[in-house]
Design a protein. Structure first.
Length: 196
């Protein structure tokens, strides 16, 4: 019976790690000079997972293969995400950068008060605009059936693709339904216009 301490020292383990590291170092996103580093990282990951080995549930070979394959998948995903992220950096609104006339500014200083309230949802709509918007919404809501309201709620909550998945119908059909609603609202609005 194999014990947990034999997992890393098993000859199969050393051979598997050597072969996987050699293959990985020749893959896209890796270099041949990394082969030894990859071996060490795989062995280290295996050491951290060796306490999970249970001889009653399977062989050392199956356990080692599973752990090493898991590490390879995580490493490939990590490197791809690092590539996609590229040189993007997060900016703080409080971080300073050179401004005009040799002074330093912050991003929060450049965003006007009204713009800041609008972006954070704290912008109050003037009463006249609020009444006008409410009247328009009531007119639109009167045109909608219960099914159309449910469809619009789903699109707002789940997006076009999520709604299509939830309802198990193609996105094209959802888009066509939304276009039909939009067309009806535009026609209704045009017919209510005093200039029609």
């Amino acid at each position: 019976m194999t014990s947990r301490s034999d997992v890393v020292s098993n000859p199969f383990t050393a051979d598997l790690i050597r072969r996987k590291a050699a293959f990985l170092s020749r893959s896209a996103g890796f270099t041949r000079s990394e082969e030894e580093d990859l071996r060490q990282e795989m062995a280290l990951f295996l050491m951290t997972k060796q306490q999970l080995f249970d001889a009653g549930r399977g062989s050392v070979e199956a356990f080692v293969t599973s752990v090493v394959t898991s590490w390879i998948g995580m490493e490939v995903r990590r490197r791809k995400s690092r590539k996609r992220r590229g040189g993007l950096r997060a900016f703080s609104l409080d971080s300073a950068f050179p401004g005009t006339h040799g002074e330093s500014d912050s991003l929060s200083g450049l965003i006007g008060d009204e713009d800041g309230r609008r972006r954070t949802g704290g912008s109050a709509i003037p009463h006249e605009e609020g009444v006008e918007i409410r009247d328009e919404w009531n007119a639109v809501e009167a045109l909608l059936t219960a099914r159309e309201r449910a469809l619009l709620r789903d699109v707002v909550n789940h997006g076009l693709s999520g709604t299509a998945q939830k309802r198990r119908i193609p996105r094209r059909r959802i888009a066509a339904m939304l276009a039909a609603i939009r067309e009806r609202v535009i026609e209704s609005r045009a017919s209510r216009s005093p200039f029609a």
